[in-house]
Write a protein that binds this ligand. Structure first.
Ligand SMILES: [Zn+2]
Ligand SMILES: [Zn+2]
Length: 349
């Protein structure tokens, strides 16, 4: 089979390798579509994300759909031929956190597309069968790929307990920020303010229900914070979702939060050490909640998409054949105008 390995930062190579065979409890998937995630772009740029370094030629990619072609020992053959969404996190199932039901906190969790588990930019993967979800016909591949970030957004919203009337700031309206807007459609009476550098993203946010938008380009931190607070009605946000991981949004998350506010930190930051005002955070008694991927939210998201209440497929703006993966990554990296979610079609070479 073919796989696309990252052989050094910014360089992909198509390689011929042996097709994996499914081990006990696993299924062999023929990959159809793979989303380009912000974390994949980090790996593409630097060969690392946070403290995780990818060494030898390595296959990234974790937001994918596929069709089951073979099963390993202990897996029912009934699932052969089914089109599925993939839960990329592989918890150990034995530690305290797995047993208590917070398996997203598993300290030894494996993850599709992070060492040592090769990712989805290849024709076939073997994955634990219990982490595959049958896709109903109502959910096409594009929507299914965006289910993964959508499930993270839903987890973030659950953790901060959004209530009607809340004033909410979303800092960064890339894929995660837009997935948050999508999930927040399910709530009534919110006052949502979206902040981004890119005008096209803010326009999309307005179409999707943001009450106000603030373009954070070409101003100092203080001015931007003041403008966001004004858009929120003066007293700051009950909930701030930090989705960009940029120095400016991390600084602003504490500045635009209101008294007793909650911060939901979702973005992965470029620098491991981050700076915000401890004075602001302490005076306002802020609660900061880091979001570790998703937890039991993939299933509920699928159901809401199937019923037409959420439409993650609308976030997909570009589909590239496998042969154009480098172009796709470069466009995502440069936040090309109009581009939000890019997919790679792994059946087109
Ligand atoms: Zn992702
Ligand atoms: Zn565990």
């Amino acid at each position: 089979m073919k796989r696309i390995a990252l052989i050094e930062p910014r360089r992909f190579e198509v390689q011929d390798v042996e097709r994996p065979s499914p081990g006990p409890g696993e299924a062999l998937l023929r990959i159809r579509k793979v989303g380009v995630c912000g974390s994949d772009v980090h790996l593409f740029q630097k060969g690392r994300i946070g403290d995780i370094v990818i060494g030898e030629p390595f296959v990234i990619g974790h937001e994918c759909t596929g069709v089951i072609e073979e099963v390993g020992e202990g897996v029912s053959r009934d699932c052969i031929g089914k089109r599925v969404a993939v839960e990329p996190a592989i918890p150990c199932g034995r530690c305290r956190w797995c047993i208590e039901g917070t398996c997203n906190m598993c300290p030894t969790v494996g993850f599709l597309g992070l060492p040592p588990v090769h990712g989805a930019f290849r024709e076939y993967i073997s994955h634990p069968a219990y982490l595959l979800e049958d896709l109903p016909d109502e959910i096409d591949d594009a929507a299914a790929v965006v289910l993964e970030p959508l499930a993270i957004a839903m987890n973030a919203v659950k953790l901060v307990k959004v209530r009607p009337g809340h004033r909410i700031a979303i800092l960064g309206t890339g894929v995660l920020g837009t997935c948050l807007l999508e999930v927040l459609k399910l709530y009534r009476g919110l006052h949502v303010v979206c902040v981004d550098l890119a005008a096209d993203r803010l326009e999309r946010a307005r179409r999707m229900g943001a009450r106000e938008t603030v373009r954070a380009a070409g101003q100092g931190d203080e001015e931007i914070a003041a403008e966001i607070r004004a858009a929120l009605g003066g007293e700051g946000a009950d909930i701030v979702f930090e989705c960009a991981g940029a120095a400016q949004t991390i600084w602003n998350m504490a500045e635009v939060a209101g008294p007793d506010g909650h911060i939901s930190a979702i973005g992965s930051s470029h620098d491991d050490r981050i700076i915000f005002s401890s004075g602001s955070a302490r005076r306002k008694g802020l609660t900061i909640r880091y979001v570790r991927r998703s937890l039991h939210t993939l299933g509920p998201c699928m159901e809401l998409v199937r019923r037409g209440e959420l439409d993650p497929g609308a976030l997909v703006t570009n589909v590239f054949p496998a042969s154009e993966i480098t172009t796709a990554f470069e466009l995502v990296e440069s936040q090309a105008d109009g581009l939000l979610k890019a997919l790679i079609d792994m059946e087109q070479w």
